[in-house]
Design a protein around this ligand. Structure first.
Ligand code: CAA
Length: 286
């Protein structure tokens, strides 16, 4: 198996992550089919890519020609099966719901070429369960990208008990072609990144909740004291409180660890629609 087959890629789900993934794949020269269930979602995703590239042009990081070439390599559709039929790689970035992802891969696995690699961008769910019953488990792998995808250097590759070494090697080569630094992690709850990152974020919320310091000062403690590029509360706003709450609830059960018990304040904020940057209000006003 070689990475050259990843010239044609289907990205399923055109939200923040799906759009970012489509962007970096197209930027690395692949033809991308970006799919979501409704045209308004795919157009919004494509709009995100366009805006990011335009900002890149304004910053002098990307030329107008590169912007146009990247955009020309991304096609959009609402037809999931059609998007995957000729793909050498399918990357799924739909909402973090196990059943949704498993149903998707069972359906897609039956129609794609036997050599097509199937990748999930899940940030914490068990890949063994995401790919349960999918045809060709050896070509299934976790490909966990980070937000904002075009700027973050890490690609966390997650191997299940069934993932072949050929699939891992092709994914590593692909990650390098995208300009990312791949790491390979065993399929375990929260992998390497979310397990540590979410734990830190939850503790920061508990500290804010109990009045240890203001949100700004808790974040400064990590930015200035530990050299993090962004504090844990601001990062929670960026990722989305709803997204992080779902991961916390899942990890609390899977790891049976009190550190992952979601703070009351977090649940309250999610119930009130204070989801962070995407709704304009989280620990900060955006
Ligand atoms: N196009 C091209 N380049 C761009 C750009 C654009 N539209 N926007 C910014 N850049 C470049 C900048 O020019 C700059 O480049 P140089 O370093 O060469 O100067 C670089 O990207 C950084 O940009 P900024 O200076 O504007 O911004 P920053 O320094 O404040 O960094 C950040 C922004 C990269 C987001 C940084 O704050 C950061 O790393 N934050 C943490 C993000 C993080 O932790 N993400 C993971 C979230 S968890 C997750 O995603 C997983 C999950 O499963 C939920």
């Amino acid at each position: 198996m070689t990475e050259t087959r990843f010239q044609t890629i289907a990205v399923l789900g055109a939200g923040t992550m799906g759009a970012g993934i489509a962007h970096v794949c197209a930027q690395a020269g692949s033809s991308v089919m970006l799919q979501d269930v409704a045209d308004e979602f795919v157009q919004k995703g494509l709009g995100r890519v366009r805006d990011f590239l335009q900002k890149g042009v304004e910053k002098g990081k990307v030329t107008a020609q590169q912007r146009d070439e990247v955009l020309a390599r991304i096609k959009t559709t609402t037809d999931r099966i059609g998007a995957c039929r000729t793909a050498g790689l399918v990357i799924e970035a739909v909402p973090e719901k196990l059943e949704l992802k498993n149903d998707l891969f069972r359906e897609i696995g039956a129609v794609v070429a036997p050599t097509c690699v199937l990748a999930s961008n899940t940030s914490s769910l068990s890949l063994g369960k995401v790919f349960a019953g999918v045809a060709g488990p050896e070509r299934c792998i976790g490909m966990h990208f980070f937000n904002p995808v075009p700027l973050m250097a890490l690609l966390e590759l997650v191997r299940t008990a069934a993932t072949s070494q050929a699939t891992i090697d092709a994914a590593i080569a692909f990650g390098k072609r995208l300009g990312k630094e791949p790491i390979v992690v065993k399929d375990s709850p929260g992998f390497a990144s979310s397990r540590l990152g979410v734990c830190l974020g939850l503790e920061a919320i508990r500290m804010f909740e109990s009045g240890v310091a203001s949100a700004e000062d808790i974040d400064k403690a990590m930015v200035l004291g530990y050299g993090h590029p962004m504090g844990p509360l601001k990062l929670t706003d960026l990722v989305g409180l709803d997204v992080r709450l779902a991961i916390a609830d899942y990890l609390a059960v899977e790891l049976d660890h009190p550190g992952f018990k979601a703070p009351v304040l977090m649940r309250k904020m999610v119930a009130e629609g204070k989801l962070g940057k995407k709704t304009g209000q989280g620990f900060y006003r955006w």
